[in-house]
Design a protein around this ligand. Structure first.
Ligand code: GRF
Length: 191
């Protein structure tokens, strides 16, 4: 089976992107990371991707008059790279159907909660406020409903009595990386 060509969208440090790049070094992994796009020029993950010989691009939303115009430009850019799958990894943009419809069933996102719990922002704070005993992360197919598409894989962590949003976020992040690697492999071998 041909390895799927994957583009990763980031806005910041890109630790999930890095986990995917590292996993895809194994020729037996069913996907290769061939392109990284950030909407922010100062995203830390860009330098790592470039250091691995992966092409990168910055497409700033500030250069476009509307959310739809940005999404159209981003989707056209991604199509021009000949990609099979898009992985959102800390890409801090709400996407419109203009791009979502182009990549139906082929676009993943990682969200730091056990969806359908805690869609949106501040997931760790909200889990602590609810005295949750369990928390985690989900990789889901991107649909028009924010953080609402079908879940591909989840990973769980305990919430400990002395947790702060920061300690809980750090524990969740350690399971996010292998989770995203598993979820991408699952999608990449499904078509
Ligand atoms: C992760 O917690 C991810 O779940 C969320 O944003 C964070 C991105 O971290 N969507 P990184 O940029 O991958 O390090």
């Amino acid at each position: 089976m041909r390895r799927k060509r994957v583009g990763v969208l980031i806005s910041g440090r890109g630790s999930n992107m890095r986990a995917l790049i590292e996993a895809a070094r194994d020729p037996a992994y069913p996907a290769e990371i061939v392109h990284v796009v950030s909407n922010k020029a100062d995203a830390g993950g860009l330098a790592y991707a470039a250091s691995q010989g992966i092409s990168t691009a910055v497409l700033s939303h500030k250069d476009h008059p509307s959310r739809e115009a940005y999404d159209a430009a981003l989707s056209a850019h991604l199509k021009a790279q000949g990609l099979d799958i898009i992985c959102c990894a800390g890409f801090m943009r709400i996407l419109t159907p203009v791009i979502i419809n182009d990549w139906q069933g082929r676009m993943l996102n990682i969200h730091p909660s056990l969806l359908p719990l805690y869609k949106g922002l501040h997931t760790h704070e909200r889990a602590l406020a609810d005295s949750a005993t369990e928390h985690g992360a989900s990789v889901h197919i991107v649909t028009a409903e924010l953080d609402g598409g079908p879940v591909v894989e989840q990973a769980r962590v305990p919430v400990l009595p002395d947790d702060t949003p920061e300690t809980l976020a750090a524990r969740v992040l350690t399971v996010e990386h292998p989770l995203y690697v598993r979820a991408l492999a699952k999608l990449a071998t499904s078509f």
